[in-house]
Write a protein that binds this ligand. Structure first.
Ligand SMILES: [Fe+2]
Ligand SMILES: [Fe+2]
Length: 216
């Protein structure tokens, strides 16, 4: 898929900011993660096939949106609950927000689809994506955690939990009683889980919202 000059420039800016934020955590293994994400096509991937940011570079843009939102929420929570400052750590928030969706890096395949044109007078072709889970069909949040560990990233327990359960009630596994107990325990004991869930939801449903007539 041709990114076009403007989009390619924007993607490069987003990639630079993503890597700079990731390196700011000084966490062991971030260079391996960046290398693996480059090889998987993370920085060119969309965030979805047809929902939020379904364009080249959408996934890194979404990750940055979640990170900015999560850092603002963290500041707010620190003001309201100063006792939680040592629990809601900035490096943890950055790592979880930027990396929660790395599972999507290699699932979207560019395809050309056909549709009726706006005047409904003819068929036209347009660039789109299909989804293909066959590369590593491991799930969603759990796949992100496993990919990061395989890359060699050192993750704290609460960071693994926040990434694993970032979809909250939108996760299909949440329908099982055991998964429900797990996510409830994770949220109860680790405020980072609730913060990342909120930031992801706010980014996807408000910041990246593009209903007709409401485009930014
Ligand atoms: Fe996700
Ligand atoms: Fe997300």
């Amino acid at each position: 898929m041709n990114l076009g000059n403007l989009t390619a420039d924007l993607c490069a800016d987003h990639k630079a900011e993503f890597c700079q934020l990731l390196r700011s955590t000084e966490r062991e293994g971030v260079e391996y993660v960046i290398e693996d994400l480059e090889n998987l096509g993370f920085f060119e991937a969309p965030a979805s096939t047809r929902f939020h940011l379904c364009t080249p570079g959408g996934l890194v843009q979404h990750s940055l949106n979640v990170c900015h939102t999560a850092l603002e929420l963290m500041e707010m929570m620190h003001r309201r609950r100063p006792d939680l400052k040592s629990v809601l750590r900035k490096d943890s928030v950055i790592l979880c927000a930027l990396l929660h969706d790395v599972n999507k890096a290699e699932i979207y395949k560019p395809v050309v689809k056909r549709r009726r044109n706006a005047a409904n007078t003819a068929w036209e072709e347009y660039d789109s994506y299909d989804v293909d889970f066959s590369g590593f069909p491991m799930g969603h949040g759990e796949k992100s955690v496993i990919m990061l560990l395989l890359s060699g990233l050192q993750l704290r327990d609460e960071e693994m939990l926040a990434i694993r359960w970032h979809m909250g009630a939108w996760d299909l596994a949440f329908q099982s009683p055991e998964a429900k107990s797990n996510i409830n325990e994770a949220r109860k004991n680790h405020p980072l889980c609730g913060l990342i869930q909120c930031a992801d939801g706010l980014a996807a449903s408000i910041i990246e919202h593009t209903a007709p007539g409401l485009e930014p």
